[in-house]
Design a protein around this ligand. Structure first.
Ligand code: CMC
Length: 429
């Protein structure tokens, strides 16, 4: 709580409200008692200026382009840490020591198989089913295989097991959905491999030949997952928290987060970006034409991978990814014409008044798809990769909501419909 207060004057009545200050100096007027005091609520569609919670997980300064997980700058974590280390950090608040990390990795390894009966579900999805739809369904289905997870009052060690199961099984489920789509036999996890390597093996390994994980690919994927691991109260994290606030189980809360992430304005943008860049290329590469379309208010087209609700200067994740993208393509000897279009598009858009005035910069999704492509991930799986990365963040957000004993999420509204009227029987209407 800060020593500052805020005053609101309504109809001549003055209400003094407390100000809350965060550890990085962010400030909020606490309006939680305003309605009880005055009868008024606040209105903020899309929650553009509303803090839904206090949180100790991720700090983000959109003006300065700063992103910290539990105090650690994203640049350092992406450069030096492993994804499971970062997952531990998000979940537990501190980086693990050697023993804690080994234990955590062991727990994840232990749960990497999915129940054999789940394999049968995959057979009934249409062959062209979107993998995000499959992932959301499968993660929700996990709750039926572990019915104890539905008890909101179970002991902490059982909750921990659910967390391990989720982190362990998501890559397995994602890889099965890919194999199923190809019509290839599924590859069971090989627990001698690390988390990232195992995922690559399940995706790209075949029973007919040995599979060697390319360390350049594993490194790139490690970095991408870390960059996606949390992003404070975004659409999907807020969804996870709000679903969980009804004491719905963790699997279902995460499944709801996956559904929220799927949308093209959120995580689904990474698929849209590559499809957009390919469309521009197939259309002859006239970038200005597409920039003009994005600016035309009568045209629903938007430049995917541009703009962000909170970053109004630059997205620090996009900077790291752009550099990683150059490095990965160089190391792998890939020459992707879509990368040239991306770079030219960025250059043109960043000089354009429309984008400058609205502070629209490339976001995390702008370059990530180019790396995913280079390492062989099919376009329709891009958002699944985002979900794999975001999973520890969602779980950390869910757990914080539970531990803080937050009340059920339930916004209010200002009603604008018809006022009271009497029912008229159908024959008289
Ligand atoms: N192309 C063209 N115009 C845009 C774009 C864009 N990508 N993004 C925003 N604008 C315009 C928008 O039309 C509006 O113009 P005006 O003030 O004239 O009405 C202004 O910029 C503000 O946009 P907004 O939609 O009110 O901003 P928002 O904070 O509600 O939306 C956003 C943020 C990310 C949904 C939006 O920028 C967007 O749709 N971007 C494209 C989709 C995308 O790349 N999403 C991935 C976000 S990063 C990954 C993640 O964390 O989800």
């Amino acid at each position: 709580m800060s020593s500052e207060t805020a005053k609101i004057i309504l109809n001549g009545n003055e209400y003094e409200l407390p100000v809350v200050e965060g550890s990085e100096g962010e400030k909020a007027i606490d309006i939680s008692k305003l309605r009880a005091l005055s009868g008024y609520i606040t209105l903020d569609p899309g929650y553009k200026n509303t803090g839904s919670t206090t949180s100790a997980i991720t700090f983000l300064d959109g003006e300065e382009g700063i992103l910290h997980y539990r105090g650690y700058p994203i640049e350092q974590l992406a450069e030096k840490a492993s994804f499971l280390e970062v997952s531990y950090l998000l979940l537990h608040g501190d980086l693990p020591n050697k023993q804690q990390l080994a234990e955590f990795e062991g727990n994840i390894r232990y749960h990497s198989l999915v129940h054999e009966d789940m394999k049968r579900f995959f057979e009934f999805f249409p062959s062209n089913a979107h993998p995000m739809g499959i992932l959301a369904a499968m993660v929700n289905s996990l709750s039926t295989f572990y019915p104890k997870s539905q008890d909101p009052h179970r002991p902490a060690r059982d909750v921990e097991r659910t967390i391990h199961r989720l982190i362990a099984k998501m890559p397995t489920l994602a890889a099965i959905s890919y194999k199923n789509n190809l019509g290839h036999p599924i590859m069971y996890p090989d627990n001698r491999l690390g988390y990232i390597e195992n995922f690559l093996y399940m995706m790209f390994g075949l029973p007919t030949e040995p599979y060697e994980v390319d360390p350049v690919v594993a490194d790139a994927l490690n970095k991408l997952l870390i960059l996606h691991a949390d992003h404070e109260q975004n659409c999907s994290a807020s969804t996870v928290r709000i679903v969980g606030s009804s004491q719905s189980n963790l699997y279902s809360s995460i499944s709801a987060g996956i559904a929220a992430l799927w949308g093209p304005l959120h995580g689904g943008a990474n698929q849209e970006v590559i499809e957009m860049l390919e469309t521009i290329r197939n259309d002859g590469g006239d970038i200005q034409k597409w920039v003009d379309k994005a600016k035309d208010k009568d045209d629903p087209f938007r430049l995917f991978g541009f703009g962000h609700r909170v970053y109004k200067n630059f997205d620090p994740r996009a900077r790291i990814i752009k550099k990683a993208c150059d490095e990965v393509l160089k190391k792998m000897g890939v020459n992707d014409p879509v990368l040239d279009i991306a770079k030219r598009l960025e250059e043109i858009a960043l000089k354009d008044d429309y984008f400058v005035e609205r502070k629209l910069y490339p976001n995390v999704d702008f370059y990530s798809g180019i790396i995913y492509r280079a390492i062989g991930i099919p376009t329709r799986m891009f958002t699944v990769m985002f979900a794999l990365g975001r999973l520890p963040g969602w779980i950390a957000q869910w757990r914080e909501m539970v531990e803080n004993k937050e009340p059920i999420g339930r916004p209010r509204q200002i009603y604008t419909g018809a006022t009271k009227r009497d029912y008229v029987p159908v024959e008289k209407r």
